[in-house]
Design a protein around this ligand. Structure first.
Ligand SMILES: [Zn+2]
Length: 185
């Protein structure tokens, strides 16, 4: 049961499965909303019974983060099944082709750091649903999803570095290489 302290808890009651996450938790999947609606409209959209889609978290362009679903519950962000039960999903308010803002990169980095701390998710990129680390929606090759688009996929490396830097700053991790220790210099 985890409601994260850096996210505002605004739960939904439709479009997910209670308690169906399964070990090992593989990592974080980055999405975009492909719109400019604020967090309350993202939440309201997911909370419609007929929507049948959700994500654990959403981050707006200012970096504000809402949590819609407990991390023990399975979102319907990828397939509503065997993929979603091993991945935590985060939506970012952005239209296709836009880059994530600094606040969104930081929010994603906080989530990846938490996943490392809680579930031993490695600070690495992955492009496979059977991998571990930081991934993105399109890597699952389900449907014709373009989400989150190449402009965001190119930013994943900076999320990875930022997350590891936060972890280094918080723990003094002796495995952190020099380029991570000086990420924010
Ligand atoms: Zn997506």
């Amino acid at each position: 049961m985890a409601k994260l302290d850096f996210a505002d808890w605004n739960p939904i009651s439709h479009g997910f499965n209670k308690g169906l996450m399964r070990d090992p938790i593989r990592g974080l999947v980055v999405h975009i909303t492909d719109g400019h609606g604020n967090l309350s409209s993202v939440r309201a959209d997911f909370d419609r019974e007929e929507k049948r889609a959700s994500a654990h978290f959403a981050i707006d362009k200012f970096g504000d983060m809402w949590q819609f679903i407990d991390t023990d519950d399975r979102a319907w962000a990828i397939d509503g099944g065997t993929h979603d039960e091993q991945w935590i999903s985060v939506e970012n308010v952005a239209k296709y082709g836009e880059q994530l803002t600094e606040g969104q990169l930081y929010g994603c980095a906080l989530l990846l750091e938490w996943l490392h701390d809680e579930h031993d998710v490695p600070f690495q990129l992955t492009s496979h649903g059977s991998g571990k680390g930081l991934g993105y929606h399109k890597m699952f090759h389900i449907g014709d999803h373009a989400c989150p688009g190449p402009s965001v996929v190119r930013q994943l490396e900076s999320i990875r570095r930022w997350a590891w830097y936060l972890w280094y700053r918080d723990t003094g991790d002796s495995d952190a290489p020099e380029y991570i220790r000086h990420f924010r210099d």
